[in-house]
Design a protein around this ligand. Sequence first.
Ligand code: NCD
Length: 318
Amino acid sequence: MNGKLAGKTLTELLSQSQQKLHHVLRAQDFKDKNYITELFLIANWLEENSSDCMRGKILVWYGAEASTRTRLSFGFAARKLGGAVEAISSSDSSQEKGESIEDTIKSIATMGADVIVLRHPDEHAVWRASLTCKIPLINGGSGKEHHPTQALLDIYTIFRTVKKLDGLSIALIGDLAYSRTTNSLIYLLSKFEGVTAYLVSPEHLRMKGELAHYLVQKGMKVVQTTELEPVIGQVEVVYQTRAQKERTADSAEHLGLAPYVLTPKMVARMQEKAVILHPLPRNQELPREIDSLPQARYFDQMYYGRLIRQALLAKIFG
Ligand code: NCD
């Protein structure tokens, strides 16, 4: 794919796809595989070259839920493209005084923002906001449902590290009921051919049936299992997740995740070139002793994440 880059200008790369981006609310907004691979080319280009396609533009981050990586990654991406960045959180905004999400987003846009990234624990908020938002709105994570740009960075990381997407074998592990990252990632992977996905979780934290059904319909080989041990040596990507405790009223719901903790002994049974990914933050499911092993690529995800978000912003503004 790097070969295709030779001699291309950013303008040429940006004008390849027919699909125009406005709001990015869910992984389903990336219509086809070509669009995604074109974003990879743009990210590769931006790794080697610079662009100031966001000069004079302002990105506003609005966070109604905590964020370290997504917020900073968008901030760095916009600044790398010559843009300015503002950030506000629900706790220091007029949401505290009962303002609606519609009014908040409309106000940010009216004052001069050029793009808004919204993170919200309520999955309805991003849809409500999108109806009144005239400028591009990017979903930076909505409840347990969607995290489209995390999915982009996850598949870009897979593409850069494992060097394939068609024919990929992947295990998604842990809390698949409440993790928005796995929902969005598996949806994007369903656009590629011959993918095998092992969905490894306790029964009560399975991925929602509707999504698993969709994947099978799209031709993905889906294996739902409660056992990690037999799967660990079968896959090229081990995608670990955190218990999304903040999304459930019942703390007992996350009991039973102990068998899904990765150990160095398990990692030793992984395929030679396989990688471990995790969107982070992590808890006990991914012990720090694994960090020094060659399979651990979860800090690389952040590097690729900034690049792919630059590509996305370049697509919007370029
Ligand atoms: C994830 C999220 O917010 O959904 N983190 C992230 O964006 N990098 C995963 C998580 O919180 O577990």
